[in-house]
Ligand binder design. Sequence first.
Ligand code: MN
Length: 346
Amino acid sequence: MHMTFRWFGPDDPIPLANIRQIPGVTGIVSALYDVAIGDEWPKSKLERLGEMIDRHGMRFSVVESIAVHEDIKLGRPTRDRLLDQYCASVHAMGELGIPVLCYNFMPIFDWTRTDLAEVQPDGSTALSYDDRALSRIDLSHGTGDLPGWSAAYDATTLQALLAAYKEIDAERLWENLAYFLERVVPEAERAGVRMAIHPDDPPWSIFGLPRIITSGAAFERLIDLVDSPSNGVTFCTGSLGADPNNDLPTIARTIGGRGRLHFAHCRNVAITGERRFHEAPHPSRFGDVPMRDVLAALVDVGFTGPMRPDHGRMIWGEHGRAGYGLHDRALGAMYLQGLWEGLERA
Ligand SMILES: [Mn+2]
């Protein structure tokens, strides 16, 4: 395992100079944020980002993410041109020596919460989700009422997309994912890039849209679609852990044992009801993710890939990007490394 940290590029309020001071963090997880979804990533821009990271004594470990255009997820005829552009971006990564690509295949929305700053008993704030609150959100005038997505879609665009997805059930989405993987994975393998799909967050259908990467069984189905070491997963404990049916240590052992666990996102969630949770401090006892047993499984399967502390709370008066402040994620990085050291020596 090597510890990494997500950084949102030069516009991130957290400078690389601060990240490098978190003991043990050797890698950065980042992306290009100014390229339109579907367009080819210019290699020169990616190279400049990598040079900034190098100058701060760290390496560019993971691209998270190259977004998958909705036309690919919908299986529209335009997908072939978009897939060519996707493959070109993957090749640019490979040429620059960036070994892992985290991506997701969630229709329209990726991570979704109903409160970005739920006040916790200790005065910190955390992201939270409640299915009942989600059901009260009106999308007829766009995403204005959806926390974190307010500026994402106007009414016309969103309604057209939602209508298009009426034709796509879970099996059709699997077919479109297979089509994507059959074209991209061989190119990734040639480029020396390991693809790592991120599970759906939360791991169930929202707004009537299909969501398919929700469990260990889904991970195994995905891996079986294209048999290549470049076709793997991002093991996100917080996303999968929001569903109490997911046995996280078993999933880590199964997928890790097959050599397809390419990236680990570690965060804790406290389940507070049916399809209701809030994010919690990283250590096991603060939530429903058995972090000690998850890391023990990763140690047992010999996991050597990048890990990052996933979302943190806002603490010590910090203001910033929801889930991505400096302090609580830095605490998470330290806890995870301490746990790892103890398990590895045991
Ligand atoms: Mn994650």
